[in-house]
Design a protein around this ligand. Sequence first.
Ligand SMILES: [Zn+2]
Ligand SMILES: [Zn+2]
Length: 300
Amino acid sequence: MKHGLAPEQIVGWQGVSLRVPPDWSVTGFQGDAKEGYLRVDSPGSLVAEVRWAQAKKAVDVRKRLDAYLNLVERQAKKRKVPFTGRIKPSEDWQGALEFNYRADRKVRGFIRQCPQCRRVVIAQVSGDKDDAVVNVANLLLDTLQDHSEDGWWTWALLGLVVRLPERFALVKSQVMSGYLMLQFRNRYTEVTVERWGLADVTLKKWTLAEWAQQVAGWKRTRAQHTEGEVKMHPSVWSVGVRRAPTVWLRRKVERWILRRPEELRGAVWHCEPGNRIYAVRVERGTEQLLEQIVASVQCH
Ligand SMILES: [Zn+2]
Ligand SMILES: [Zn+2]
């Protein structure tokens, strides 16, 4: 194995996860838990891609793979690139099919339907003609998981790793070089996870408590902030209620009739080794949920 190809970094999205080398990064994602796509790029020309689709019944994976490869072949023909491909049953997975094709890139992958969650997954690694596509594909695709065993999904990209109960759907995401934000919802409970880079620069200007109050979603709230610890890092734990006069009546009604907790809880911490600030905020959810999510974050 070439140095640096060890699949040490976890990438997780919509219940699908795989391990990739540390210097690879997520460059694209689409769709949701029902149907979606994830792309992870190496610093060179190797690319890992995973497509998934939920299915209620058993599907004919051969048919789906044929349709997929036909599409690839048609696209290659349009560009006047010769296409060769081959399909064979997988030795590792019963019912799965392995495929290799070569058009303008070399590709190795597989299709399978999980007997437990019934997701249909097409996963592949592609590269230029000099890339060790088969070796890398075998290494990475072997780590692919299409569901979680414990009901918690791992969401992991660009070094951020956090776990949430699978009933939480991703509703918003923002991926920038110095800022990452994922927002999830399950019924009325909302969870926001944020990460900022260059913590040393930020913390020259603000204290962590000021950062927590001003930036990490605690504006316009009536809240109490207490200093504490998260993973041995300095942190600020907050609890409060949103100050929003226009929705005051609606919230009161919600609280009385639906008995929804309306508190906001959060933790902000400074991970020195990673030079980052993390924030997790739970709106209308329990303290236990916040603690579990905070504990699941792998910050350095
Ligand atoms: Zn599965
Ligand atoms: Zn840390």
